[in-house]
Design a protein around this ligand. Structure first.
Ligand code: TYD
Length: 141
């Protein structure tokens, strides 16, 4: 994983226990590797390789950590001033998506599975889905 240069982000690394032929086990603990109490976990699968696009929004208050637990994808981040693309391919390295960070997920590999830990329940009012509105809000503070 490249160094993260955008604001409102960062990485978390989970303990990964490799059991040889019996697979790998990764563990996330709230308030330990994940820097908040987890109220919701969701996962995304059945993506169309290299044509599906997800995200394209920012959140007002929600904190999240996103993982690629199988395959790979590209995570594009934009804090309103700086943009960055990260190749997500390590199942135990998550990227923090703090409030006011525009994020887009794309270029999914075959069999890609995303998992997200979130600090709160789903609330549509917390989403900023208009990029111009995001830029205005991100740059006014
Ligand atoms: P969205 O968060 O926009 O997906 P992504 O960022 O992965 O592209 O959500 C897609 C749809 O699913 C939207 O209509 C809201 C709904 N949804 C819920 O009902 N609950 C949830 O916890 C999430 C994450 C989405």
């Amino acid at each position: 994983m490249d160094d993260i240069i955008v604001k409102k982000s960062g990485t978390v690394t989970l303990k990964r226990i490799v059991d040889g032929r019996d697979g790998a086990l990764c563990i996330m603990n709230a308030l330990q590797e994940i820097p908040f109490e987890i109220k919701r976990v969701y996962y995304i699968n059945n993506l169309d390789p290299y044509s599906s696009i997800r995200g394209k929004h920012a959140h007002r208050k929600l904190r999240q950590v996103i993982f690629c637990i199988n395959g790979s994808f590209t995570l594009s981040l934009d804090d309103g001033f700086t943009k960055q693309e990260l190749l997500m391919r390590e199942d135990n390295v998550g990227v923090i998506l703090d409030p006011m960070l525009w994020h887009t997920m794309h270029d999914f590999s075959n069999g890609c599975v995303l998992l997200v830990a979130a600090s709160d329940y789903y609330q549509e009012a917390d989403y900023i889905r208009n990029y111009d509105e995001f830029l205005t809000l991100a740059r006014e503070k």
